[in-house]
Design a protein around this ligand. Sequence first.
Ligand code: FMN
Length: 401
Amino acid sequence: MLKGKTVLLGVTGSIAAYKIAYLASALKKLHAQVHVLMTENATNFINPITFESLTGNKCLVDTFDRNFQFQVEHVSIAKQADVVMIAPASANVIGKLAHGIADDMLTTTVMACKCKKYISPAMNTNMYENPILQDNLKILRRYDYEVIDPAVGYLACGDTGAGKMPEPEILLQYILKEIACEKDLKGKKVLVTAGPTQEAIDPVRYITNHSSGKMGYALARAAMLRGAEVTLVSGPCAIAAPPFVKMIPVVTARDMFEAVTSVSEEQDIIIKAAAVADYRPLHVADEKVKKQDGEMSIELERTDDILKYLGEHRHPGQFLCGFSMETQNMIGNSRAKLEKKHLDMVAANNLKEAGAGFQGDTNILTLITQNEDVSLQLMSKEDAANAILDKILSVCKEREV
Ligand SMILES: Cc1cc2nc3c(=O)[nH]c(=O)nc-3n(C[C@H](O)[C@H](O)[C@H](O)COP(=O)(O)O)c2cc1C
């Protein structure tokens, strides 16, 4: 995922320094070239050998080290960098960078970097809330550093409050957002729907389906990594929301209709991967329906057809992609849906094919557009999401010609 990308990690004298070993390792596993720059004080908290073993690169601490790989090491490394993450960033290093002080390898190299720079403050709450530190962060923001807000929690000093470095997994997400993909959706607004809906029968029971939300969440994440501004309207799902997307949680088909139509007008691309209930109970009992002898039946009414509404109210240039989950006549039914609902594309999957459909981590899609049906192989939902986005972009490009 990060092949050919170079990440600089700046580590300073904070107890959180040990957590960056995980980040360095995770980046390496994603095939990034990782260089770790440490302040002299940081070496009291974690040994450079740890980073050297994990990254395969010399850990840089001393600006005047003559055992160099490159001519002027700090400048060479700065030129190679695609992104810099200073984490944990001490109050001291924040102060130095804000005021142009470059008196060690880390600060000198960072000042020579022209790429995106993240700074993740980590310190005691009183230090973090100190107005001098806050002013220094303001200065850094003004100079295009992106400051990652620290978490609130139990700190190593025993206090509880703001100042905790976010977990390395979260820092990794910031790096991926910046460098993982070509930003071919930059400037585009993308709305994705995902998951099932739940339609109440009584306060205890509801009607739903087996949708896990995995396909929609993969689409939201892929679009975000490709630079889009993503809104995700999601029914109840057991998986974590993708980072850096605007999440609108909903429960019923009615909620989903309202959430989608409240933001649909401003979208460039809408992808409806949610498995919305077609019917809901006509009457919802106020109290639990008690068991009785014999059979019972529930009268159902149609829910709003969100896709149909979107097809009828789309603005010129808006791309509308629906999903269809079929158990028979997949292509015929999906093409009929494309025509009837005025869609640009239907991503069809057959529930009866092994590896396709609900719950699993893979899918087998056929992408149906006005001109053609493209059958894709079995692939991860992440790859399927990117294939859908590729197809959307290629159809949009054809239209421009
Ligand atoms: C055990 C211990 C933990 C520390 N944790 C932090 C911290 O989380 N954040 C911080 O800004 N300073 C912390 N300090 C103080 C810094 O290490 C000190 O300001 C040092 O000069 C920073 O050097 P550097 O910015 O060059 O790495 C800690 C000091 C000690 C002894």
